[in-house]
Design a protein around this ligand. Sequence first.
Ligand code: URA
Length: 269
Amino acid sequence: MHPQRRRQYLEAIGIEEWRLRARETPPPVALPATGPAAPTAAAPAATPAATPAATSAATPAAVPPAAHGTDVAAQWEALRAEVLACRRCPLHATRTQGVFGVGPLRCDWLVIGEAPGAEEDRRGEPFVGAAGQLLDAMLRAIGLDRRNNVYIANILKSRPPGNRDPRPEEVAACLPYLERQIALLQPRIVLAVGRIAAQNLLATDAPLGRLRGRVHHLGERSTPLVVTYHPAYLLRTPGEKRKAWEDLKFARSLYQQLTEGGSIDGNRS
Ligand code: URA
């Protein structure tokens, strides 16, 4: 990406302090030569932290292992219809509509948030409110765009009233939909935004600060997963944007390593 354009994107995010440094293209994140199990892009190693949810997150019974066959689009549309008609939890009674996700079916990046808010509930698309605008700007800064090369989905497909945190039984009812989305999308890298997404995907109650800065692995495909702050939190706490930018650079660097066919190390230096 042209440095001037990246500068404009960073300014849009509101990261004034980065402007001077961003006059040069940020160097790739230097990863340590050694680290925890280093799965390769060609042959991912076993999931290091095989938590129940992390393991199950790509093991839907309904989807065959080679999901990217000719019928993927049909399965995708069937899944969308199921989600939009879902009544598995009481949230169906208070939502305007289910929010399935947005982005191209075939793309390497998957961003996972928490749940639709009021604007998303109204429009039927994730991350279209104020937090969504910041998320779009953050993604653009690493060359991603929901119309072209990143899919965006949530842990919950229905809005919790008053934007309260999702309840465990709601997550339990809804997560299988996301698991099936992941199996069909087969992303090469996942970015979990916010505590709720990270904790539920990784089946942990570790604080977000401890989940950032390293590579997690999701599901049987051991898909690399990076954790960062939720854009709504960044709107409330702009001082943390710098850290979010570090996370994005880290994720971008991992992706570059994956696509160059090298192994990836597990920690940010
Ligand atoms: N916050 C989320 O986590 N997801 C959305 O879709 C909107 C706001």
